[in-house]
Design a protein around this ligand. Structure first.
Ligand SMILES: [Ca+2]
Ligand SMILES: [Cu+2]
Length: 369
């Protein structure tokens, strides 16, 4: 049942083991340079007034849904330390989503453990790729594992993400940094090293599903209109850190000025307007839409008000056209103003479906019938 598109083992090239965009570290080609404007293209968020259909399922909060302006026009956004390179989140456009329940936090190791105990499920990172899948890969590369972030000894060229990502044999959700590591003291950390099909399998088991990109962004904005962050326009309102991101010299030393160097347990930062914790930073979150850099441009062109949009029919990333990519949202503990600022609420990430890593997790939703 696992995707044959495992590109963790692209033949012979160790450097190709870590698809850049899967790690959320390469830019999409800008769709247009003409989108910057002084006037805001965001129109007020109009929440549905219908009350929640009942008491909240455990650990979930009500997201009322409604009409909102989706996307980002931040001109100081950055990908790979190149400002203004997140233009795949333009143009700003109107979208409607129905109300739904959403997990208040990212799915934790404790929750994922219950799923695995009940089903015996094995994640993609735990299964060695086969000769059939990768006929030309050296045998020694056909081992289970997953990419792990590794600080560099000193400042490096930020154009080469392979300097700080390594493919770690034996890294998986139970062994976040490799076979020697474990989950001791991490029951309430977001589960990581989960690929897209793993997240989908968990959601099914839990009677939930992954959010669409539009649902995710509506929820992340917390009822606000066009703000830069999930909590407002200021990164540190009143000097207070609002999300687990990266401070210090990337990728050398995370000073942990926000309280955490590396992943944090869920719920350590204030919730947004809808009661969602860590909707920015900590771990990237899989959502169900395929990635295309021009999704918003096409939507705008099609006109009308898209209702509950599900994303394009297929993935297409001009940087790696053969890879099938889903959207990542929210940024991670590795997001830094020196490198990648996609903890900004309207910006987008992307990842090859079968590729996990130690900064990608997920949360689920329950739609209302
Ligand atoms: Ca941090
Ligand atoms: Cu980032």
């Amino acid at each position: 049942m696992h995707s044959p598109a495992l590109n963790r083992f692209r033949p012979a090239l160790l450097t190709a083991l870590l698809p850049a965009v899967a790690l959320g570290m390469l830019p999409a080609r800008p769709v247009s340079g003409a989108e910057s404007s002084k006037t805001s293209k965001f129109l007020p968020t109009a929440e549905n007034k219908t009350p929640p259909p009942g008491p909240a399922p455990k650990g979930m909060v009500w997201i009322p849904g409604g009409e909102f302006s989706m996307g980002s026009d931040a001109t100081d956004d950055s990908l790979c330390h190149r400002p203004g390179l997140t233009q795949d989140a333009q143009p700003i456009h109107r979208v409607y989503v129905d109300g739904f329940w959403m997990d208040q936090t990212e799915v934790t190791n404790a929750e994922f453990e219950k799923f695995v105990a009940a089903t015996g499920y094995k994640t993609i990172a735990e299964i060695a790729p086969t000769r059939e899948q990768f006929p030309t890969a050296p045998l020694e590369n056909l081992v289970a594992g997953s990419p792990v972030f590794t600080p560099t000894p000193g400042p490096v060229d930020l154009n080469n993400f392979l300097l700080w990502w390594r493919y770690e044999k034996g890294a998986d959700w139970r062994h976040p940094e490799g076979p020697q590591s474990n989950l001791e003291g991490r029951a309430n950390y977001p589960v990581v090293h989960v690929a897209y099909p793993d997240a989908v399998a968990y959601a099914k088991w839990a009677g939930k599903r992954l959010p669409t990109e539009a649902e995710w962004e509506f929820a992340a904005r917390g009822g606000l209109t066009g703000q830069r962050y999930a909590w407002g326009d200021e990164l540190k309102p009143g000097g207070k850190w609002m999300a687990n991101i990266y401070e210090g010299t990337f990728p050398v030393k995370d000073t942990g000025a926000d309280g955490f160097a590396g992943l944090a347990a869920v719920g350590k930062f204030p919730a947004n307007g809808y009661g969602l914790h860590d909707i920015a930073g900590n771990a990237w979150e899989w959502v169900s839409d395929w990635y295309r850099p021009d999704t918003y441009a096409r939507r705008k062109l099609a006109g009308g008000l898209p209702r509950n949009p599900q994303g394009p029919d297929a993935s297409y990333d001009p940087d790696e056209p053969s890879e099938k990519k889903r959207i990542h949202r929210g940024g991670s503990f590795l997001c830094s103003d020196q490198y990648c600022t996609r903890y900004m609420v309207g910006t987008r990430g992307k990842g090859e479906e079968s590729t996990a890593s130690n900064h990608v997790g997920f949360r689920c939703v329950i739609p209302v019938k």
